[in-house]
Design a protein around this ligand. Structure first.
Ligand code: NAD
Length: 501
């Protein structure tokens, strides 16, 4: 049985190498120190993990040039050869899954029980897109009586990938694997709060035989390295995961170079529970979808819409379970909720406790910091809320659930759609006709009926409204990372208009 002490001792071994040099950038296959550094600290106790190279515009320029130089050969490599390398990356992720999970937990505060799976999911992402690499360029033949149209796809060029700090390892693989499978080269700018596993991942890629310059890692801050990446003329597209207002900034920054953008942004996702649902399963799913991953999850069900007729009983059970969640050290296998990523985020999340009170909602559970070291907050439930309250409208991004009661289906739909976001929705009902009707009208990119978020990689992932632009998954990822070309061949002597004859 692996326990906290064993995890801590293994972690210490894994971190030792970072303590000397710090985390360096990886540009054109070479380690590059930044002209300046910043520190990454653990949210568990604020202790220094290591220093990190602080990339600036000049580092981004070097990385973009390397990605540009590496692009022709990587794009020309057969899909079968790319597939082999991507599978090798997946193999190495699996070999180092424990190290990745331990580092991720320490760097982000996420609980080990979830991060061990997230590391393996990163390998799955690589395997899935590896298998698609040989067919990535495939197109269609679209004949007419006069012409044979033949379409094909080709990789767009060097791309920038900008990722956030929540489940950073898994999200990086989710964006980078399809880019490489498509034949693009990459400059990755990971979040400044969680640089550890992005470095391990880039090292794995090189160990797996990825040619120099195909994958470049530049650490740094959004306003420095991130901005420079979005503005660089050699970078053809930006795949971004993060906050909606950052997405808006990136769109402006990329305008001069006509950047193609793909945005996976914030959410304020409803879980709608009707009185005819299997309420025990709905309760399990609602709790899982907001309190797992510390609630720092774009697809979290942060608004509970509960039908009045069952609300008292449902909320009472909820309070009991929320108070019973195991908050603790992220490396303790028993922990369900760890500390929030950073003081800045802790301040943001805890500020909603006062906002809830002044909004007029009731704090039915939690509503305070845990106290002691680390950025821990008590899992929190707000009840008696209405949808116009700030706690129902803004993405809190912590283990904080806002419960809103509704009378009937029409009211549930109005409330569900009355937010700026539209990432996911979760509908609980045993009335199949209602489920169909409701899911049709619900403004969200992804909806689960009688289920928590269960991902199937070929399905489209993404949001509507302020939750994003574009989709990932299966062929949708290739649509973003590739250009379409159509060639029309005349089949014979079709009539050509003769002007000036
Ligand atoms: P963030 O927007 O603050 O930062 C994300 C990344 O963008 C970081 O790497 C940051 O350095 C960079 N960045 C910041 N300013 C930039 C700029 N001007 N130009 C270029 N890059 C810049 O987001 P965060 O706080 O790290 O992550 C949490 C957010 O991410 C939440 O809103 C969450 O919902 C969202 N998210 C969405 C999805 C999804 O699939 N829709 C998935 C995970 C997270």
């Amino acid at each position: 049985m692996t326990d906290l002490a064993t995890h801590l001792s293994k972690l210490d071994g894994h971190l030792a190498r970072f303590r000397g040099t710090g985390i360096l950038n990886l540009i054109n296959g070479k380690d590059v120190a930044g002209s300046q550094t910043f520190e990454t600290r653990s949210p568990v106790d604020e202790s220094l993990i290591c220093t990190v190279a602080k990339g600036e515009a000049s580092d981004i320029d070097a990385a973009a040039k390397a990605a540009k130089a590496a692009f022709p050969a990587w794009a020309a490599m057969s899909g079968a050869a790319r597939k082999k390398i991507l599978h090798r990356i997946a193999d190495l992720i699996v070999e180092r899954a424990e190290e990745i999970a331990l580092c991720e937990c320490w760097d982000t505060g996420q609980a080990y029980r979830f991060m061990s799976k997230a590391a393996l999911r990163g390998a799955e992402n690589f395997r899935y897109f590896a298998d698609l690499a040989p067919s990535a360029r495939d197109g269609q033949s679209l004949p007419t009586p006069t012409h044979m149209n033949v379409s094909s796809r080709s990789p767009i060029g060097p791309v920038g990938v900008i990722t956030p700090w929540n489940t950073p390892f898994m999200l990086s693989t989710w964006k980078i694997a399809p880019a490489l499978a498509a034949g693009c080269t990459v400059v990755h700018k990971p979040a400044e709060f969680s640089p550890l596993t992005a470095r391990i991942l880039a090292e794995i890629a090189h160990e797996a035989g990825l040619p120099e310059g195909v994958w470049n890692l530049v650490n740094g801050f959004g306003e420095g390295a991130g901005k420079a990446l979005t503005e660089h003329s050699d970078i053809k597209a930006i795949a971004f995961v993060g906050e909606s207002r950052t997405g808006s900034m990136i769109m402006k920054q990329g305008a001069d170079t006509l950047k193609r953008v793909h945005f996976e942004l914030g959410g304020k996702n409803p879980v709608i529970v009707f009185d005819d649902a299997d309420l025990d399963r709905a309760l399990d799913a609602a709790i899982f979808m907001i309190y797992s991953l510390n609630g720092e999850r774009c697809t979290s069900s942060s608004r509970l819409l509960i039908q009045e007729s069952v609300a008292d009983e449902f909320e009472a059970k909820l309070v009991e379970r929320v108070n019973n969640l195991k908050v603790g050290h992220p490396l303790d296998p028993a922990t369900e909720v760890g500390p929030l990523i950073h003081k800045t985020h802790f301040d943001k999340v805890t500020s909603y406790f006062d906002i809830a009170k002044s909004d007029g909602a009731k704090i039915a559970a939690g509503g305070a910091a845990l106290g002691g070291d680390g950025w821990y907050v008590k899992p929190t439930l707000f009840t008696g809320a209405s949808n116009d309250m700030t706690i129902a409208q803004e993405e809190i991004f912590g283990p904080v659930l806002t419960s809103i009661r509704f009378k009937d289906e029409a009211e549930a739909l109005t409330v569900a759609n009355d937010v700026q976001y539209g990432l996911t929705g979760y509908i609980w009902t045993n009335d199949v006709t209602r489920a169909l009707r409701f899911s049709e009208a619900l403004e969200a990119g992804m909806i689960w009926v009688n289920s928590e978020n269960v991902r199937h990689l070929p399905t489209p992932f993404g949001g509507v409204k302020a939750s994003g632009i574009g989709r990932d998954g299966g062929q949708w990822s290739f649509e973003f990372y590739m250009e379409q070309k159509n060639v029309a061949f005349a089949l014979g002597q079709h009539k050509i208009a003769r002007l000036g004859a």
